[in-house]
Design a protein. Structure first.
Length: 135
């Protein structure tokens, strides 16, 4: 980004990347329909948990990594490092969940990053639902 060569992906992903870059906080974007759930939890990864994060089949070891899991199945689908390939936003994604990861002490910064992302979505005609947890 400092060299002006920040890769463009799509409007939605680019907006999340910009909000992440500005806040210096990681952001996950998950396709709610591809996840197959509207309920999520954030927890630490367990021993042996992994998921594929790109098209070439590379996987991410999730043990001791903060992650987002779909509920009720408790299936990992996103993390501050890489999101699961199976649940990533694609060109025809319609319902997207954005998660800003931050320690409690940085809740205001995280809220600001989420609001920045929501404002971009609204200018693009993407309806947003607000909901946040400082935990």
């Amino acid at each position: 980004a400092l060299e002006g060569r920040f890769p463009r992906v799509s409007n939605v992903v680019d907006a999340a990347n910009l909000a992440s870059l500005e806040s210096l906080l990681p952001i996950s974007l998950l396709d709610v329909d591809r996840v197959g759930s509207e309920s999520f939890g954030v927890r630490w990864g367990r021993a042996g948990e992994r998921y594929i994060f790109n098209r070439s089949g590379q996987d991410l070891d999730l043990q001791d990594l903060l992650l987002t899991a779909s509920l009720p199945g408790d299936i990992p689908c996103g993390s501050p490092v890489k999101d699961s390939q199976a649940t990533k936003v694609v060109s025809d994604s319609r319902r997207i969940l954005g998660i800003v990861y931050a320690p409690f002490e940085m809740a205001d910064l995280a809220r600001g990053a989420a609001e920045r992302l929501a404002r971009f979505f609204e200018t693009e005609g993407i309806r947003t639902l607000s909901g946040s947890s400082p935990e």
